[in-house]
Write a protein that binds this ligand. Structure first.
Ligand SMILES: Cc1cc2nc3c(=O)[nH]c(=O)nc-3n(C[C@H](O)[C@H](O)[C@H](O)COP(=O)(O)OP(=O)(O)OC[C@H]3O[C@@H](n4cnc5c(N)ncnc54)[C@H](O)[C@@H]3O)c2cc1C
Length: 619
């Protein structure tokens, strides 16, 4: 039994002394709001959430993992303990925390709800993803782009946990390459019908799904895409010849919306008249976030209604993905926090060679590294969450750009470093680490999903480096001063931490100068004057090293964020010093690796391409 908020000193310090509530409260609650009173109410909410999550949700986590997804009589549903978690969250009003007040929620800013997401992920990563994907994400999308009628129909029911949704982009042939989707939506007689297949859809067994589909025949890539809401159960007979004869959707005049129990596949209210509008073909068997149903969905003449403007699907899904990427970073933080707490406790109790293992230097160092990672990731996330709130409330272009810069780094660092932290925790547990009675093996398994979904680590790296390139090509002279990132260029700290930070940044700049010089030698200096965009081939050295550059960038930003916190909270200085030292070492390692050349990888790619062409010509 523990309260995940009040009993976590770093979380409390972050809430009480780091977050700039004086900026966040007026934006969220209006200029006249009493900051101290509002913050005290939010603190109380987090304390209640921390108590419930740290006791009830944490207690059921092992069972959620053991039971996995329930598959019975061709249906897919949540296990009982996961249902109990969702019901408990709904009863406490925690599901609707971020939903607008006028639609049944509490209207809390992301900066506050991020604490709840972290605590949920610490207790049970499956519950966290169910809460995020089945309720929060669809609600945010419907609130942003839905009609008044759609908001009224879905949001209050989602906030109560009476309805659950999902968001479906991925298809068997379109994973990282979302622009390759082939699911179509066609309009006939004023109604829309979806045909296609979606893969790996979290919470896809719920009451409705938001689907990304192609609405412009023959369109390719990110053009001609639209978003739709498809309810799982509709009235009427199965469609013959596509969609003819389908009765109106829920919420259409005269049809009551379905009510599914929290997160559970809803039963037909009236077996004679309700039919499945799309098929939940199966839920994958997997070793990570085992309680979360990851479903394959089949759409055949599925009746759906547009969410937002036709043709604007890419814009809508991009906003969803960017928010979810920060969400996955927070999931990584929660899991890493769980692994750290378990390892700290174990290393203090386990005695080998006459002393607790934490007194052996290698273990002590691992614990310190884990501690720095968790505090650093939290610092980055708090900053991203505040930027997200500012953007939601009409922040300017530079705020939006700073958020865009941090988002792939939060996702990359939150995922990769969560995996690394869990790996260290497992090692600290020795043989007991692989035994299922101890939770670290679950944390390890759960952490492994984070570098994969919502855009893999490689895709985050490509995003981060493409933006960096854009800034570089716009202002190549920045390489002679602080570099293309204005946030990093401005940052300055004193002492050893400040020197290490500056060394890390210089090392990154050295690398960027080398790569940019290579680009200019290949493509001419005109490239650097914005004469034309570099070709894919010219960009290859950047793409090869995208993850190394991203790793360096992420570590430098983590050090910067902790350094800025240390100005307000002097006790954070040692964390900053350690993060800056690590950023320097990571940057220098990556500079060395990048400088060592491509190691023959481009020759190998040329071989693969030749092989592919030959195979094709033989067919
Ligand atoms: C448990 C789970 C839950 C999920 N939930 C959802 C959901 O709710 N909704 C949804 O729509 N999707 C969901 N997904 C799908 C998820 O987002 C995709 O799996 C992910 O985007 C990767 O796509 P893929 O699996 O097809 O891998 P691929 O895209 O085939 O990638 C395979 C490998 O190639 C790499 N790669 C691909 N392109 C490049 C490139 N250009 N450069 C370098 N490397 C590259 C990738 O990084 C990866 O390592 C979920 C997946 C899982 C496993």
């Amino acid at each position: 039994m523990s309260n995940y908020f009040t009993e976590n000193p770093d979380l409390l310090t972050t809430f009480d002394r780091v977050v700039r509530w004086d900026e966040i409260v007026p934006r969220s609650e209006g200029k006249d709001a009493d900051v101290a009173e509002t913050v005290s109410t939010w603190r109380e909410v987090l304390s209640v959430a921390g108590e419930y999550i740290g006791s009830e949700v944490a207690k059921r986590a092992r069972q959620v993992d053991e039971l996995g997804v329930i598959r019975e009589n061709g249906t897919v549903s949540l296990s009982e303990p996961l249902q109990a978690n969702i019901k408990g969250l709904a009863d406490l009003g925690l599901i609707g925390l971020s939903f607008p007040k006028e639609h049944g929620g509490s209207g809390l800013p992301f900066t506050v709800t991020a604490f709840v997401i972290e605590m949920l992920a610490r207790a049970c990563a499956s519950t966290m993803i169910q809460n995020g994907i089945a309720y929060t994400a669809p609600a945010a999308m419907i609130f942003r782009d839905g009609t008044d009628e759609q908001k009224e129909r879905y949001l209050p029911a989602l906030a109560r946990g009476d309805l659950s949704g999902a968001v479906a982009m991925t298809e068997p042939e379109a994973g990282s390459d979302v622009g390759n989707i082939s699911t179509t939506a066609t309009e006939r007689d004023g109604c829309w019908f979806i045909d296609g297949r979606k893969q790996f859809i979290s919470a896809g067994n719920g009451d409705f799904v938001i689907v990304l589909a192609r609405t412009t025949a023959g369109s390719k890539g990110l053009e001609g895409l639209s978003l739709f809401i498809a309810d799982r159960w509709v009235e009427g007979e199965p469609p013959r010849h596509g969609s003819i004869g389908v009765a109106p959707m829920h919420g259409s005049p005269g049809v009551a919306p379905m009510r599914g129990a929290s997160g559970v596949t809803p039963m037909r209210e009236s077996a004679a008249t309700m039919r499945e509008n799309y098929k939940v073909e199966r839920a994958e068997h997997k070793f990570t976030i085992r309680g979360s149903p990851t479903c394959s969905l089949v759409f055949e003449g599925t009746r759906a209604e547009p969410l937002g403007e036709i043709g604007q699907g890419w814009r809508g899904i991009t906003r969803f993905m960017n928010e979810s990427r920060i969400g996955v970073g927070i999931q990584g933080l929660g899991i890493a926090q769980a692994a750290l707490a378990a390892a700290q406790d174990y290393a203090a109790r386990r005695v080998q060679m006459d002393r607790p293992i934490r007194e052996h230097p290698m273990i002590a160092e691992m614990l310190m590294e884990m501690e720095t990672t968790v505090a650093g990731l939290r610092a980055l996330i708090v900053e991203a969450a505040a930027l997200q709130d500012a953007v939601t409330h009409g922040g300017d272009e530079s705020t939006a750009w700073r958020l865009r810069e941090l988002t792939p780094l939060v996702k990359w660092y939150g995922s990769e470093e969560a995996v690394h932290t869990c790996r260290r925790a497992l090692q600290i547990f020795g043989g007991y680490g692989v035994v299922t009675e101890y939770d670290v093996e679950r944390h390890m398994r759960d952490a492994l999903i984070t570098p994969i979904y919502e855009g893999t680590s490689q895709i985050q790296s490509l995003m981060a480096v493409r933006d960096l390139m854009r800034s570089l090509l716009r202002k190549p002279q920045s390489l002679l001063s602080g570099g293309p990132s204005a946030t990093l260029a401005r940052a300055k700290f004193d002492g050893q931490g400040g020197r290490d930070f500056a060394a890390a940044r210089s090392s990154l700049l050295w690398t960027l100068r080398g790569l940019t010089g290579g680009l200019a030698r290949k493509g001419g200096v005109g490239l650097l004057r914005g004469g034309r965009q570099p070709s894919d081939e010219e960009l290859q050295p950047f793409m090869l090293n995208a993850e190394r550059i991203t790793e360096t960038l992420a570590h430098i930003h983590v050090a910067r964020a902790l350094g800025e916190q240390a100005r307000r909270v002097p006790e954070r200085r040692p964390l900053f010093e350690r993060a800056a030292r690590r950023a320097k070492l990571v940057a220098q390692r990556n500079t060395k690796e990048i400088g060592a050349g491509d190691g023959g990888v481009f020759e190998r790619i040329a071989d693969y391409e030749r092989d592919r062409t030959q195979r094709k010509s033989r067919q």
